[in-house]
Design a protein around this ligand. Structure first.
Ligand code: NAD
Ligand code: UDP
Length: 340
């Protein structure tokens, strides 16, 4: 029987690539988004597909749906600039979104995957970070709406699992990037590429010595699909990321070189609570799902640079809205009961 799959946050970076993968794998996909950061453009190419439907909905509100076998709960802005833009809504998306989607999973006896994050480790004092590390999070800082929201969502997932036997999968995602990031996303990879392609100054926050480990989106999607297929007793949390750690300054230099840019590196203030080092220990993922990332930083950046080159050149041409997108806009609702 065809697997009916709900993806929340489906119009964002990760969600839209997951939609492509699961539709190609033969799932019936219901894609849900409130378009806070996601874009209709990211899923417009799927709208004519009979295996795909789009629902305009906010996960902080309850959702009724007739049947669902698998839920991927991704709805939440991921870029610090965007999640701090409306911090109360960020907490609601994480906490009320988790309750609503877990209730749905429980009613439907569905398996639910939560897009958790390396931010649960905060500014880590243990390096690299393994799943056993409980983290170092400032609960009242500007990043807390996201970090604590995601931590509380994990708590809810494990309580539903223990209390009600809900089937859960909890990947902790480390910095993931790729095509379909928006020009104004604000995360480091997209900012640096867009600045480099425009020969603008590259804005390094702090001295650029802070580190991250960047995972290409296709690798992450492979891990999601493998994790969803694991037996019920495999819950995670499990780190998913590329352990190739680089400093922010090295990333900037790499992008300037790859784009042939004339941009200069400029240094500005480091945001509050910005983690100084981050790198996943992925041995657990290797053991339980046999997953290791395949795409090198250089290859992933090349594909992402290509995406932004195209986006920037299209922006110079007049914008023509695709008819499918216009139809979807006309048919969108604040809340919706989905019947198949
Ligand atoms: P994104 O901002 O590109 O996508 C998030 C999507 O969720 C957007 O389409 C947005 O419109 C939607 N959304 C936000 N709030 C919503 C709500 N209340 N109801 C419905 N839709 C809502 O981000 P992404 O990089 O694709 O991240 C997807 C998920 O993965 C997020 O939960 C994020 O926290 C998690 N994650 C991502 C990374 C990363 O580096 N990309 C790292 C750790 C965790
Ligand atoms: N950063 C930067 N310049 C930018 C955007 C981000 O130097 O234009 C830094 C940011 O301070 C952080 C790192 O790059 O140290 C990664 O930031 P991002 O927002 O991509 O993700 P985070 O891991 O902080 O959530």
């Amino acid at each position: 029987m065809t697997t009916r799959t709900l993806i929340t946050g489906a119009a964002g970076l990760i969600g839209s690539h997951l939609c492509d993968r699961l539709v190609a794998d033969g799932h019936d996909v219901t894609a849900l988004d409130n378009f806070f950061t996601g874009s209709e453009k990211n899923i417009a190419h799927l709208l004519g597909n009979k295996r795909f439907r789009m629902v305009h909905h906010d996960v902080s509100l309850p959702l009724e749906i007739d049947r669902v076998d698998e839920i991927y709960n991704l709805a939440c802005p991921a870029s610090p600039g965007h999640y701090q833009r409306d911090p109360v809504q960020t907490v609601k998306s994480n906490v009320m979104g988790a309750v609503n989607m877990l209730d749905l999973a429980r009613r439907m006896n569905a398996t639910i995957l939560q897009a958790s994050t390396s931010e649960v480790y905060g500014d880590p004092t243990v390096h690299p970070q393994a799943e056993s590390y409980c983290g170092n999070v400032n609960p009242i800082g500007p990043r807390a709406c996201y970090d604590e929201g995601k931590r509380c969502a994990e708590t809810l997932f494990f309580d539903y699992h223990r209390r009600y036997g809900t089937h859960i999968k909890v990947p902790r995602i480390f910095n993931t990037y790729g095509p379909r990031m928006s020009l104004n996303d604000g995360r480091v990879v997209s900012n640096f590429i867009v600045q480099a392609l425009k020969d603008d100054d590259i804005t390094i926050y702090g001295n650029g010595g802070q580190t991250r480990a960047f995972c290409y989106v296709d690798d992450l999607i492979d891990a999601f699909v493998l994790l969803m297929k694991t037996p019920a007793d495999v819950t995670g949390p499990v780190n998913i990321g590329n352990p190739d750690e680089v400093s922010v300054k090295t990333l900037a230099e790499c992008i300037v070189r790859m784009t042939g840019s004339r941009s200069r590196l400029v240094y500005t203030g480091l945001p509050a609570d910005d983690p100084m080092q981050r790198c996943p220990d992925v041995s657990f993922a290797r053991n339980i799902i046999g997953w290791v990332p395949k795409v090198s930083l250089e290859d992933g950046l090349a594909r992402t640079i290509e995406h932004f080159r195209k986006t920037l050149s299209v922006r110079l041409s007049p914008i023509v809205e695709q008819p499918s997108v216009a139809r979807m806009r006309a048919g969108s609702h604040a809340t919706l009961r989905v019947c198949n």
